[in-house]
Design a protein around this ligand. Sequence first.
Ligand code: MG
Length: 387
Amino acid sequence: MANAIIHLDMDAFYASVEQHDQPELRGRPVIVGGSRERGVVAACSYEARPFGVRSALPMSRALRLCPEAVVLPVRMARYQEVSRQVFAIFGRYTDRIEPLSVDEAFLDVTGCERLFGTPQEIAQRIRREVREELGLAISAGVAPNKFLAKLASESAKPDGLLEIAPERVDEFLLPLPVERIWGVGNKAAQQLHLQGCRTVADLRRLSVAQLTRLFGVWGERLYHLARGEDERAVEVDTPAKSYGAEETFAVDLTHKEDLHRELLAQAEKVAARLRRHGQSGRVLTLKVRYADFETLTRRLTLPEPTAHGKTLYRAALDLLQRTEAGERPVRLLGLSVAGLEDPAARQPTLFPDPDEQRQTALDTALDRLNRRFGQGQVRRGDLLNEE
Ligand SMILES: [Mg+2]
């Protein structure tokens, strides 16, 4: 029996929550993000999109494109509260849920038919319940695998549902531009264009060998995606007590810059996972193993819990100072965050810190781009340089 996967994604989530909470904003272009002068667009309402506004755009540019837009700060605690309500609705139908962000998830509803109806009926019921209970729109894609389900929900937006039945895969997939394929960013798209591949149908003409020459191991994966084949299972990801990243290096690190670069990558990775689970943490632990296998940990407690990569990175640098990393070659570096808190459970701040706002907007933009182009493809520097 074919698998039944549903991809669900709230439409313009942050902006829609704002328009829901402040009805006078409905029908108007709304941008959620950092301050007007500095910062990036975290989300925008559909009314802002015809002007060319999209997430990750520097706010100054967004406002030149759409001067009449209403700019609002990111209210993460509120979005997380709504997120929990949305996920509670998903949980009525299956516990096989893979969260991708606060407003997006894969559901595996294979075998749920007798209880709740066909996958399409389940998706429709979820959409109706989110609309009736929360007053918000969510789009859904139904397909035999994750890759196709996500493509389907993207095509169904806004406020739609699209099912790709196994026998209709080619009809849907072949005309799509190669950019729509998961993991195909600007660079990969350019290379494919040079090969004469603009659509998935064009891409089908390349062999595994040709694609591997172009893209290495990822080329083989691309070969299968072009055929609508995706074996990845829905990964039920239960919230942990701590989140960490760790790396053993092929060659021991001796340069401070290399150590810093690695720490930044780990801080971003851990922060993204915290955000995916709607959590933040305040106890940061750095683990260092020297070339001679001596291992030590250094720990600090942050004044405020955080899920910002940059905040974690700065604190991690302080911890690194308290080691001999660099003077002694480093074999392994690891970063973990514990002391987790649910930000929605905390008192809202009356006067939000503008730098905190800016960080949140940047993180959100980063999460979105990395979901689109694959984890680690887009880095904070790429966004900051644009300003
Ligand atoms: Mg969304």
